[in-house]
Design a protein around this ligand. Structure first.
Ligand code: ARG
Length: 559
């Protein structure tokens, strides 16, 4: 807002530049004596063929406004000095008036973005990697909506591929239907691990797995029934996780939805002359891009992961006419997406410039990758339940009479996990540590939630319900207000850089500043500044709550 105040004032004197252009020229002066913002006149001097000093002098003569202490020319610059008291008042009241819509912009103008996210594999436990995709994807969607885009969340469930041949084989060979019915995810996972262990001894099993998948792809009735029951059981189990996280999807079209559309993709590749034979398999060569070839069809006719991705994106374009497509998937699949995107470019797909892989790092346990194949896996549902139980203990110790303890425990326990993930640059690997996530003091979700609840409790104690800011003398307040008012900018940055961490780090900063202020200023004090201070506290709650919402977190009023 500070920038736009200056550019708006300047505009009448600079007809040759647009408002945005003027705004982009504005600088933050290196020296305090040169004001809060300055406008360099060099670019204009070129246009007008006069000296920048002369222009600065002329421009500054006609400028004034109620929010400025002074506006003066120094050399080639016009320097703006704000009146902090006046600006603070404007800012705080603006935040309060707009409330949760503060920071919303129309940059996206309703353009659609499809987001491929979560996408766990059926018959396997929901892994921590899929948690990252779910949490990052969901936050990007919330941030995208705040920037005026229409975000479409697609859960591209991994429900097709050779592994289901292996699993069906293992199930028919060693499975106990009753046990599987009782505890499907655990039992199927055990069978999957067993298959790989046995195959190491007896490589012929791999061939059996391939054959079984072939049967499945050609529609074998019995195999289809088994596959369906695996899928149903898995989706039920996944739903529990999504309910705990409070996340839903616009589409559940998984890999298997494309079985009957694969031939069309293959024909398209053929027509373009892209498909070549190699060892009986069909591939697209990507040598010119220094990438390994993209496998389209195996020797036995089975389709592949890439074939399904190629098919799915055409279908998404048909369904949504998206302006961009995001794939929120771990960085270990980077090559895969480079291949798929390159093939689409060769196909001259109309959307081939709109595709984006949004990668992220691994979740580590004691410094090691969590891998399903070896059986070293953390069950997400258990993790969430554990986190909620611990949050419950923490809160109970502090606030034994909290009325809706269970609900709040869920919000804190889940918030802890979400925030632990989102606060870091998404490319970083994350070490998994529930106790660290749940502390109320560190840079954690509960710390933010607690700061917000503390501010809410101040407002409650005051007995007031509406607040207006007039004047606050404490020097710390100006720092907070400036920070609060940069929220709209953070919202834009977070979207442009596809980075929820920008919001997360920003919220930590706001919380820290507020906690410092809170420890230095007596807010409920009968002083004439009480109402303004409460208004400031209220503005802090607005930003913390809306910011947490953008991360997918809840902000309880009491905890
Ligand atoms: N189900 C896949 C896996 O777990 C992730 C799918 C990612 N999305 C995609 N369009 N390939 O590895």
């Amino acid at each position: 807002m500070l920038h736009s105040l200056c550019s708006t004032l300047l505009q009448s004197g600079i007809p040759e530049l647009g408002l945005k252009e003027i705004e982009q020229l504005l600088e933050k002066p290196k020296h305090k004596d040169h004001g809060d913002i300055s406008f360099p006149c060099f670019a204009l001097a070129k246009h007008r063929k006069t000296s920048p000093q002369q222009i600065a002098k002329e421009l500054s003569q006609n400028l004034s406004g109620p929010l400025f202490q002074k506006i003066e020319a120094v050399g080639p610059y016009v320097n703006f000095f704000f009146d902090p008291a006046a600006v603070a008042k404007e800012m705080v009241n603006d935040i309060l008036a707009k409330n949760s819509s503060f920071g919303t912009n129309r940059n996206g103008a309703g353009a659609k973005i499809v987001v491929d996210m979560s996408s766990p594999n059926i018959a396997k436990p929901f892994s921590m990697g899929h948690l990252r995709s779910t949490v990052i994807g969901n936050s990007l969607c919330l941030i995208g909506e705040k920037n005026g885009y229409k975000m479409i969340k697609i859960n591209y469930v991994g429900d097709w591929g050779t592994q289901f041949g292996k699993l069906i084989y293992a199930y028919l060979q060693w499975g106990d239907p009753e046990k599987v019915a009782q505890n499907p995810i655990q039992e199927l996972f055990t069978l999957y691990v067993k298959f790989h262990a046995e195959a190491e001894q007896n490589p012929a099993l791999e061939e059996e797995g391939r054959k079984a998948f072939q049967q499945l792809e050609s529609g074998n009735e019995e195999y289809m029934q088994i596959w369906k029951s695996f899928k149903e059981a898995s989706l039920l189990a996944f739903q529990k996780v999504y309910d705990l996280l409070g996340i839903s999807f616009d589409s559940w079209k998984g890999e298997s939805s494309y079985n009957d559309k694969m031939e069309a993709t293959i024909s398209l590749l053929e027509e373009k002359g892209l498909l070549i034979e190699s060892d009986g398999a069909s591939i697209v060569s990507l040598e010119d891009e220094s990438l390994p070839p993209c496998l389209i069809k195996k020797r036995d006719g089975a389709t592949l992961y890439a074939t399904r991705d190629l098919t799915a994106v055409y279908d998404r374009f048909h369904d949504y006419q998206f302006s961009r497509a995001f794939y929120v998937v771990g960085h270990e699949q980077s090559i895969h997406f480079k291949q798929v995107f390159s093939v689409l470019k060769k196909l001259e797909a109309p959307f081939s410039d709109s595709l984006e892989h949004i990668p992220f790092g691994l979740y580590l346990k004691d410094g090691q990758k969590m891998s399903t194949r070896k059986g070293r896996v953390i069950l997400l549902e258990e993790v969430l339940e554990e986190s909620i139980a611990k949050a419950r203990q923490n809160i109970k110790a502090r606030n034994p009479d909290l009325p809706n303890l269970q609900e709040v425990a869920k919000e804190i326990g889940v918030g802890a996990i979400l925030f632990h993930d989102l606060k870091q640059d998404r490319m970083n690997s994350i070490e998994f540590d529930v106790d660290e996530m749940l502390t109320f003091e560190g840079e954690t979700g509960p710390y933010l939630q607690y700061t917000h609840a503390r501010a809410q409790s101040l407002l409650r104690k005051s007995g007031e319900t509406s607040f207006h800011f007039t004047y606050e003398s404490h020097q710390k307040s100006w720092e907070i207000i400036k920070e609060l008012y940069s929220f709209p900018n953070q919202v834009e940055q977070a979207f442009n850089r596809r980075s929820p961490a920008i919001i997360a780090q920003y919220l930590l900063k706001v919380a820290k500043l507020f906690n410092q202020y809170y420890s230095q200023v007596k807010i409920l004090s009968d002083s004439e500044q009480q109402e303004s201070r409460l208004a400031l506290v209220n503005a802090v709650t607005v930003i913390l709550k809306e910011g947490m919402r953008l991360l997918g977190m809840k902000a309880p009023d009491q905890m």
